[in-house]
Design a protein around this ligand. Structure first.
Ligand code: FES
Length: 121
């Protein structure tokens, strides 16, 4: 495991996200006001790209596609959200944002999307 440079603190405005390539791994950096989070660039619901559908307000990241949402302060799920948001550990060193990246974090998606029925598997 090693800490990788993501960006400067000033590169990601408060309440916004930025897509960054880190040695071939696509990482979405979110500035929620109280700090930064780094995560895979897709929604764990139906693979919606969060760089486009992710909105941050009051420290809550919401995927506008179907309104799944997570509190970026503690990563708790909000409302109807059914899956945790995966994140890379993040730290700030001066003006730099770093993430602990050891391979790419991914989600498993059923062929049926969010179908919970595992009966035939
Ligand atoms: S794809 Fe993000 S909430 Fe459904």
């Amino acid at each position: 495991m090693s800490w990788k440079y993501l960006c400067e603190v000033s590169d990601v405005e408060t309440n916004s996200v930025k897509l960054i390539d880190v040695d071939g791994v696509s990482v979405l950096v979110a500035n929620y006001g109280g700090g930064f989070r780094a995560m895979p660039p897709i929604c764990p619901h139906m693979e919606e790209p969060l760089a486009e559908s992710g909105v941050i307000a009051n420290c809550i990241l919401t995927c506008t596609k179907h309104l799944w949402a997570w509190d970026l302060r503690n990563l708790s799920m909000i409302g109807e959200t059914e899956r945790d948001l995966k994140t890379y550990e993040v730290k700030q060193e001066g003006d730099k944002v770093l993430a602990l990246i050891d391979g790419e974090l991914t989600y498993d998606f059923d062929e049926e999307g969010d179908d919970d029925d595992d009966f035939f598997k």
